[in-house]
Ligand binder design. Sequence first.
Ligand code: SF4
Length: 209
Amino acid sequence: MQDTAQTLAETALATEIRACRLCAERFAATATAHAPRPVVWFRPGARLLIAGQAPGARVHESGRPFTDPSGDRLRDWLGIDEATFYDLSRVAVVPMGFCFPGYDNKGSDLPPPPVCGRTWHNRVMAELADMPLTVLVGGHAHRYHLGARGAVTETVAAWRDHAPRVFALPHPSWRNTGWLKKNPWFETDLLPVLRARVKEVLHDPGNPD
Ligand code: SF4
């Protein structure tokens, strides 16, 4: 798929992250024994930041963020197609861990390695300052960006406290399908406001607020 990666040069910081191998030993000790492959997807000037958790196995293979069913659901929540989602001039995707962390003994993805956030996140956020819209995907992003300490449901239910510049969402994983059924207000109340805001910031670059 064509995207703007070829035409928008990445920053020195992005190149530095792409070469990071800090978690090589940690990942070698997991069941998949994989090597680090940072999925780096941001350029200064983007207007929508998707702050996620960590790539899954499919994204580890593709090297592009959200090339999986979670991505399909997330794009539906945002009301944007793939061409827009992968337009680096408009959308940045920055997870709390840039690499696939491997699986735990139940077959779930391990949490993002804390060393990743400590090493890179503040520097990346400095390059992406003054973002008109930040979408936080999952509890790890809620904790870093909002200092949230409560349950994900509590943080998402309080979405009006941070809108319209920040929206806290659950993770779009199929594992949260039950959560979506239990919390219908997410689709009826939050999503229409989020989609309108996405449209506004992506289609009206002259309006920063
Ligand atoms: S998860 Fe982060 S800190 Fe660990 S190797 Fe990947 S980029 Fe480096």
